[in-house]
Design a protein around this ligand. Structure first.
Ligand SMILES: *Cc1c(COP(=O)(O)O)cnc(C)c1O
Length: 524
């Protein structure tokens, strides 16, 4: 299996190379160059596997340049006996009613679904880095004119701007990873108290967090500027560092997400809710289009999926696109109670557009250029009909999202977070609109205890002036549910990262971190 850019500039790239690069040199995203198909016999075998074995089985096909031993190392670290998920099954399925089950993807160390991939991406990167150094060492004769083999002894510096869940999950994933340092920037006044505390209490020898004076766009633009600054990158290179990113366009984040769709399907088969081969629908709360794109890849790999239901909040760019074929980011950005889905540029959609336009790299490049210059693009009729034959989409207003949290709690004694509620609400609309009662899995992307304020106010009257942690406690008492361990007692942990910088000081902050005196001894 090799990878190519959606914009045609790169081809024949191995998995580990694509993981290290993150984004192709032409600005496109890496996509698989060959088809992967599991036939019904193989699906029957996979149905018997536990999560770890299933992940290894799927990775062997997507990451052919990794050895079995390397894959074993990666899946064991992420999902094996020493894993940081809180139960034996990292992705348990809970049945709500005859039709609907919920796939809980929030049992990892940061209580959001980002952990499913970010617990394994660092291992992919370490393995890839080691491979590259070994290769460089083996061919050092031909590169001697540069004085040293490229990449040998080079460390990776991961830079990420976050509006919420990604930064924390990335740091937990990369914490103490060999040969990798990670720095996260968050907007000083743009994250919830829970999210800020989660980040500022982050432990690990190789992590640093800084607040940026400004909003998320300022932090994001600052990071992008650093990635585009050749002079700065040359300076880092002299210091032995190469920049990389952990955001959701990295193919090393996408592939691990394919696994849980298979796992959810097989869980339904093992529970005798469906027969192997029968179709299942999935409903996915969508922001950057990474999670639902992984479902689409599972579909292409032969998983019997009926419809993919794409749920958006009132930032309904993607939903409007699926209806009309017109992607238009020129609209007001709305701050909602499902902030991880507050997004106007859904980067991973590029991969779907590429696929549905028959892998037309010229068209994809043209559309993406239009997106960046004019903020919008139109796909042709056949691309749109390809998309709408599989995808169904709608959005949920703030009011509907709150009411769904309350309805699900009252009907099923089951507590969901606002992102998951967007999904469940859109599923209701799907059933009303189509009458389709195919067994459906709703993807639960975060623990309700990560969004205490909006969850609590949806199900009971809580005083507006209570602190985040008081509300969390009250929510737990009222519902009788345990607060997930990683979210418990955060208010009593020491704040290790209280630095704040201006947006034009971010480069200095990066340098100061990477060139710290005694990296190994920091923040134990
Ligand atoms: C990131 C995130 C999403 C959106 O996922 P995408 O892959 O960006 O579509 C939804 N819910 C939560 C809680 C998230 O953290």
């Amino acid at each position: 299996m090799s990878y190519k850019s959606t914009r045609g500039g790169e081809k024949g790239i191995g998995f580990s190379e694509a993981v290290l690069k993150g984004i192709a040199a032409d600005g496109g995203l890496f996509v698989p160059e060959q088809d992967i198909k599991f036939d019904s016999l193989e699906l029957a075998e996979m149905c018997e596997m536990d999560y770890k074995a299933l992940a290894a089985h799927i990775f062997r096909r997507y990451a052919e340049d990794l050895t079995d031993g390397e894959i074993e190392y990666c899946v064991d670290r992420a999902y094996g006996s020493g894993s940081r998920f809180d139960g034996r099954d990292p992705a348990p399925l809970t049945r709500l009613n005859e039709t609907l089950s919920v796939l809980e993807l929030w049992h990892g160390p940061t209580a959001a679904f980002k952990d499913m991939a970010l617990q394994v991406l660092p291992a992919f990167m370490s393995v890839a880095l080691k491979k590259r150094q070994d290769n460089a060492g083996g061919s050092s004769g031909s590169t001697a004119q540069n004085g040293a083999a490229p990449f040998a002894n080079e460390k990776i510096a991961i830079l990420t701007a976050t509006s919420g869940d990604t930064g924390k999950a990335a740091m937990e994933g990369f914490r103490d990873a060999e040969g990798i340092d990670i720095m996260v920037f968050f907007p000083e006044n743009g994250v919830s108290e829970m999210q800020r505390t989660q980040m500022q209490t982050q432990e690990g020898k190789n992590v640093r967090v800084a607040a940026v004076r400004g909003n998320f766009d300022d932090a994001q633009t600052g990071v992008k500027k650093i990635f585009g600054d050749d002079e700065f990158k040359a300076l880092l290179k002299e210091c032995g560092y190469r920049l990389s990113s952990a955001n959701s366009i990295n193919i090393g984040r996408l592939i691990p997400q394919v696994v849980y769709y298979f796992h959810a399907y097989f869980s339904l088969v093992r529970a005798e809710r469906i027969n192997l081969g029968a179709p299942v629908n999935f409903v996915v709360p969508t922001g950057n289009f990474g999670d639902i794109l992984a479902a689409y890849y599972a579909y292409k790999n032969g998983l019997p999926i009926g419809r993919l239901i794409c749920a958006t909040n009132s930032n309904s760019v993607v939903s409007d696109f699926i209806h009309t074929g017109f992607y238009n980011a020129n609209r007001e950005f709305k701050v909602t109670i499902s902030p991880a889905m507050d997004i106007l540029i859904s980067s991973n959609l590029e991969r779907l557009v590429y696929d549905m336009s028959c892998e037309d790299e010229k068209t994809t490049s043209k559309l993406m250029a239009e997106l960046s210059s004019a903020g919008c693009y139109n796909v042709d009729r056949s691309t749109l009909s390809g998309i709408s034959s599989l995808f169904w989409s709608d959005s949920s207003t703030e009011e509907e999202t709150r009411r769904t949290i309350s309805d699900v709690w009252n009907q099923y004694d089951y507590l969901i977070d606002p992102h998951t509620a967007v999904g469940v609400n859109v599923f209701d609309k799907y059933v009303i609109s189509t009458g389709d009662l195919t067994p459906t899995v709703a993807v639960a992307t975060a623990s309700p205890f990560k969004f205490n304020g909006s969850v609590a106010e949806s199900i009971f009257d809580c005083p507006k002036d209570s602190s985040e942690f008081a509300v969390q406690q009250k929510l737990s008492e009222m519902t009788g549910l345990d607060i997930p361990l990683p979210l418990r007692g955060l208010d009593k942990k020491p704040l290790l990262h209280t630095g704040v910088c201006d947006k034009d000081e971010m480069k200095d902050a990066v340098l100061e971190f990477l060139l710290r005196e005694d990296p190994g001894a920091e923040r134990n």
